[in-house]
Design a protein around this ligand. Structure first.
Ligand code: COA
Length: 157
């Protein structure tokens, strides 16, 4: 199966994130914008006209008070009708490559312990499973354990 043709288009701060129905995106009231948040629409060209299939996001996670200790945590959501055809894989691989090209050594993703499609996606994109952050995330339906996955930049020597 050929990989779908996908592009990532920057969403400015005043542009809403494309609405995606998912039980993993039901936040209830949100009070905090993650540090350094960036968002992109995932666009697909199935028949000559770009359509929005979902979005990816990236935000900073600081493990120490210097630039080298900054990781980027990414997220993705596809509209249901666009799932199951490899779009997310192309989008995540593209985003990870862009972030490493910027000099980000550690790209990470956290996903619900129940979210097997996301776990398969991260594995296909070359992420390594690291473990569980217990009780790390609160959504509208309560507190959840998250799996932590990482994609480290390959360096010579
Ligand atoms: C997580 C999510 C983005 C994964 O989407 P996805 O459609 O499974 O991922 P892809 O677009 O890469 O498609 C891969 C699937 O399509 C199949 N596929 C079909 N044609 C393909 C192609 N040409 N290339 C690659 N895969 C293809 C693969 O076999 C795979 O199916 P499988 O996982 O059952 O084996 C999606 O489930 C989603 O948006 N969920 C709701 C939000 C969410 O949970 N976000 C993650 C929070 S961390």
């Amino acid at each position: 199966m050929p990989a779908p043709v996908v592009r990532l288009s920057v969403l400015n701060a005043d542009q809403p994130t494309p609405l995606v129905e998912s039980r993993f995106d039901q936040w209830g009231e949100t009070t905090h914008r993650p540090e350094g948040l960036e968002r992109w629409a995932i666009e697909l060209d199935p028949s000559g006209e770009w359509v929005i299939a979902g979005s990816v996001s990236a935000h900073q996670v600081w493990y120490g008070p210097n630039q080298g200790s900054m990781a980027i945590n990414i997220g993705i959501s596809l509209r249901p009708e666009f799932r199951g055809s490899g779009i997310a894989q192309v989008a995540v691989c593209d985003l990870v490559a862009q972030l490493h090209d910027r000099g980000i050594a550690r790209v990470e993703a956290s996903t619900d312990v129940d979210n097997t499609p996301a776990q398969r996606l991260l594995s296909r994109c070359g992420f390594t499973y690291e473990g569980v952050a217990h009780g790390a995330q609160v959504r509208a339906d309560g507190r959840h354990d998250l799996q932590i996955w990482s994609h480290l930049q390959v360096t010579n020597g």
